[in-house]
Design a protein. Sequence first.
Length: 355
Amino acid sequence: MTTLQHTAGGAPAAAPSRSLWGLGWQRLKRDRIGFVSLWIVLAFMLLALTSWVGLTGRGWNDEIAVSYAPPTFIYQKLHSEASVEQAPLKTSAASELQGLRPSEDPIWAETLKARQNRDKYVVPEVKKAESLTFGADQRGRDILDKVIKGTSTSLFVGVSGALLSILIGTVLGGMAGFLGRKIDDFLMWFYSVFTAMPDMLLLLAFAAVAGRGLGTVVLVLSLTSWTGTFRLVRAEFIKLRSREFVLAADAIGASSARRMFVHILPNISHLLLVQFSLLMVGLIKYEVILSFLGFGVDVRQVSWGSMLAEVPEELLQGYWWQLAMVVVFMSVLVTAFSMLTDALRDALDPRAAAK
């Protein structure tokens, strides 16, 4: 009994064809660097999600340690040096207090009256940690909790801003490329106005007018970063609007919106995914710059940019641990995203997938 299935003519049945997404997933799994980068990005996404629901980083604003508490692995050395220097001072101060007589104190009577009611006003002293695993900032907040919360904020800005930017660029680019004529001329003029100004100048101008806040940052970044998607989508719609499957849809009475978003848009979705990855990396960097310059998130929120804004003052005093944590988290995420973008571009290229 043969194991091959045959058609009516006796020829073996053809293997089922795989879609572009299926071929892309197979190619991505064979790319070790791209596949590892995918898992790193997913791990950061999971960390950001747990922070948003309050499972991690929820105590980032709690002052649980002394100011600029060092990391645990260097605490012992600093503590031993500080104890040697402060011991003589404490002894001399105690001897002076013990030698003071009531007759020599000009406010002794007022002090006795105050002591009778001090229990009503004394605030219990909270014991603060002398060191934390990765150190503390000026207010004694845990650097690890701050950088986790900052990761969720920066990723939220990157994801939301990239999605909104893709939406704006796709709609405008699809209209320009498919409808053409006066609509294309007007949208190309509008595109030229945006691209004529430097990106950073336009970004700062929007941020200065809109003010600070997480929602404002997302809106500002998306309104200034849609031009690349617009140019890409417009070119693809011009190329695909005269293809046979689009003309066939027109012949059976499909509307312009249906031809644009049902027949043409799915054929460029892989390009939009790569564009989304590129935008995420760029918007995360722009958010850091805006928050560093004071145009980013609100003072009641924390992001990588707001943490870096505290670094210059800390470095002048020799406290480097907040800078180190932000640099490690940001460099790992941005590098993983960049490598994943390259891997997606190779995996989802139709010409490469057909080989």
